[in-house]
Design a protein around this ligand. Structure first.
Ligand SMILES: [Zn+2]
Length: 284
């Protein structure tokens, strides 16, 4: 439907110092924003994710993460650091990242993109294929130059020297150009650096230390909202935290609290065995 003010010309008449002049119509700016949102690569399942629809109830960490997101979006582009949201599945990290992205596009006219890390790496890898129309820099240019980049689910990809180098290039280039980056990850930075699923083993020491400099690290936790509704009674939250395999308490590498079965190697003279109440595995 044509605009009622400009009837589709995208220019409107304004009076400046008593003289009639032409200026861009409001619909021109709205069209630019709509195009920028369409181009931002926001996945359809997050089409309705906004900062205003984020459910911050559930845990203090969620509330603090929400506050960090709103503060960043309000201040953009005058921000010193991006944000790295880390924590378990289903706590709303991606929702917050997309909420920030949409806010800066619609309210600041920023150019921004969402990339799932695995997708980005696949696109770069595909560009090496001779049949591909896109060259490596065609894929990387918008990623490197965007006012805001969301890199979702860092660490879900199988790591390799090439993966670490490619991600290092993206992160380093954006750091040098002082462009903000929002990252979400399930990686655990508290694991020892010998553990293959630790943050440092996945992304490499150099990129990790860069990210420490260029992002505020914001921890998120709480129940997985896909398993327990946020407004369920507190007992349900406690039961989920105790029993669900997706609970941060039950993830591999998470230290078990004292008093629970702790598998511990013990020198029993001739052989090592697991010293826990259930006895040796398969031995009744
Ligand atoms: Zn118009």
């Amino acid at each position: 439907m044509a605009c009622e003010i400009c009837h589709g010309s995208r220019w409107k008449s304004v009076i400046v110092d008593g003289v009639e002049r032409l200026a861009r119509c409001d619909c021109w700016r709205q069209e630019l924003i709509a195009t920028a949102l369409r181009d931002a690569r926001i996945p359809p399942q997050y089409a309705h994710a906004e900062l205003s629809t984020f459910e911050e109830r559930g845990s203090n960490l969620k509330r603090e993460a929400y506050r960090a997101a709103v503060t960043f979006a309000d201040a953009f582009p005058v921000v010193d650091k991006g944000i790295l949201f880390y924590g378990g599945h289903g706590v709303g990290k991606t929702h917050l990242a997309i909420g920030i992205l949409k806010t800066v596009i619609t309210q600041r006219g920023a150019r921004g993109f969402f990339f799932e890390t695995r997708d980005l790496l696949r696109l770069v890898r595909d560009s090496y294929n001779n049949k591909s129309e896109e060259r490596e820099m065609d894929v990387l240019a918008p990623v490197l130059n965007a006012d805001l980049l969301v890199l979702d689910d860092l660490g879900a990809e199988k790591t390799s020297e090439w993966v670490q180098e490619t991600l290092g290039l993206v992160i380093n280039t954006r750091y040098n150009a002082k462009r903000a980056t929002i990252i979400t990850t399930n990686l655990d930075d508290d694991l020892p650096n010998t553990d293959p699923s630790s943050f440092i083993c996945q992304v490499g020491a150099r990129t990790r230390s860069r990210l420490k400099e260029m992002c505020e690290w914001v921890k998120m936790s709480g129940v997985d909202v896909r398993e327990v509704p946020f407004d369920a009674p507190p007992e349900k939250h406690a039961t989920w935290e105790k029993n669900s395999p997706a609970s941060p308490k039950n993830l591999p590498g998470t230290p078990k609290p004292k008093g629970m079965a702790r598998a511990r190697l013990r020198d029993s003279g001739k052989q090592y065995e697991l010293n826990w109440s259930g006895g040796k595995a398969g031995n009744k």
